[in-house]
Design a protein around this ligand. Structure first.
Ligand code: CTP
Ligand code: MG
Length: 406
């Protein structure tokens, strides 16, 4: 199949079938508690949120009892499951088998350790960008070695390696589906215990591209790494916030009411619009879509679609909220301004906030609705129409927050 690089879809495999011998064999590290969730939930976060990743196979040990409850809590349609093998590469091979009927031979397969909870959306995007820009032989996140590296002999430093050109391999690592399967089968035949996928590809003579990842993308290997991961996740919290703004205008026309924030308000003039012309909700939808990086309301609910004629805009809002949840994000707060000479907003403010609160799934206290006239200036001042602007802030939903009682 000879599709252009940009058309190659991406899938992910997250091997999570290890025993964590260096961590605590009695409690596998991928399920260790970390900031109100488990390590694996954090490790999956960026993959779930990245729209270019179509599906994720989590590979767990045959006797694993923890994954089903976590999968239910994450509640992402992207998640699939496979049972792991005795070695990491056997686990990855089982994950590949699970993708057999879904992925094309040249689709990208990203392999990401369940024990790397600090992967950021930015790093993941950089890897996918490198693939789209023509890293045909695959690519891996990696960080240059900055310490002097010693070779040990009987507890003593026997030699110093030249660290120039040395990189630490991180994950995700991404390769074409068929080539990765071939490489893993080849490594298994040779009996070489590869410790990452790139090594299996190297054994075939491939040279995957090194994409600079973050030194914060650590692997939880020993107990003490958990504290480091918690600090990193807390510190990088700001990068997980998203801001969005929206603006919408409608002209007054025939009719005897306007709809604002889902509230029907009697008014001497109606609104000219394809839908119900609710500028508050349209501005809010655009702000949310902006924060999600998913275009605007016209893209998702085109005027040309007869289903949207006279539509209750709250339906649009609920669909946008579903997109937000699918991206693993939640609303921190929303601030809306209505610009109109009339109607007066004050008497309807609480009812509008109650509607928005119900649709957004947050307390009405997090939704502020303001109104202003434009001092009789411009089209709004002349009473030709009205407008609304909205600003929203989103952040990553703490993985367990959606679990009642947790
Ligand atoms: N892994 C796997 N199947 C195996 C071995 C490892 O899916 N048979 C996964 C681990 O769960 C982990 C990733 O591969 O997410 C990286 O491996 P590693 O850090 O070595 O984890 P463990 O093998 O669990 O740890 P240890 O080597 O300390 O036992
Ligand atoms: Mg291991």
């Amino acid at each position: 199949m000879n599709r252009p690089a940009a058309a190659r879809s991406a899938w992910a495999i997250v091997p999570a079938a290890g025993r964590g011998e260096r961590f605590d064999p009695a409690s596998p590290k991928q399920y260790a508690p970390l900031l109100g969730a488990t390590v694996i939930e954090w490790s999956l976060r960026a993959l779930i949120a990245e729209p270019r990743v179509l599906g994720i196979v989590v590979v767990t040990a045959a006797d694993d009892s923890r994954w089903p409850a976590i999968a239910a809590r994450l509640n992402s349609g992207k998640l699939r499951h496979a049972v792991g093998g005795a070695s990491r590469h056997a686990s990855v091979a089982n994950g590949l088998a699970q993708l057999e009927s879904l992925a094309a031979p040249d689709d990208w397969i990203l392999v990401h350790d369940a024990a790397r909870p600090c992967l950021t959306a930015t790093e993941l995007a950089a890897l996918l960008d490198a693939l789209q820009q023509g890293a045909g032989g695959g690519a891996l996140l990696a960080a240059p070695v900055s310490d002097t590296v010693k070779r040990e002999s009987d507890g003593a430093s026997a030699a110093t390696l030249d660290r120039r050109g040395l990189w630490r391999a991180l994950t995700p690592q991404a390769f074409g589906f068929a080539r990765l399967r071939q490489a893993l089968a080849h490594a298994a035949r040779t009996g070489i215990a590869v410790t990452d996928e790139a090594q299996a590809l190297e054994l075939l003579g491939d040279a995957p591209r090194l994409v600079a990842g973050s030194a914060f993308n650590i692997k939880v290997t020993r107990r003490e790494d958990l504290a480091t991961a918690a600090v990193i996740l807390q510190m990088t919290g700001a990068q997980r916030m998203r801001i969005g703004q929206g603006y919408d205008v409608h002209a007054f026309g025939e009719g005897g009411h306007v709809t604002l924030g889902g509230v029907r308000i009697e008014h001497p003039r109606g609104i000219v619009a394809h839908s119900d012309g609710d500028v508050v909700i349209h501005a809010l939808c655009d702000a949310l879509l902006g924060a999600l990086g998913q275009g605007d309301i016209g893209l998702h609910f085109p005027d040309s679609d007869p289903r949207h004629r006279g539509a209750d805009s709250r339906i649009f809002l609920r669909e946008v909220v579903a997109l937000m949840r699918a991206a693993g994000l939640r609303l921190v707060n929303a601030d809306v301004t209505v610009l109109a000479e009339s109607p007066r907003i004050g008497p309807h403010r609480a009812a509008m906030a109650a509607n928005l609160s119900a649709d957004l799934g947050v307390s009405a206290a997090l939704i502020n609705i303001k109104a202003t006239t434009t001092e009789r200036l411009g089209f709004i001042g002349r009473g030709e129409g009205l407008a609304a602007s909205a600003a929203v802030l989103l952040d990553v939903e703490p993985p367990s927050a959606s679990q009642p009682g947790s």
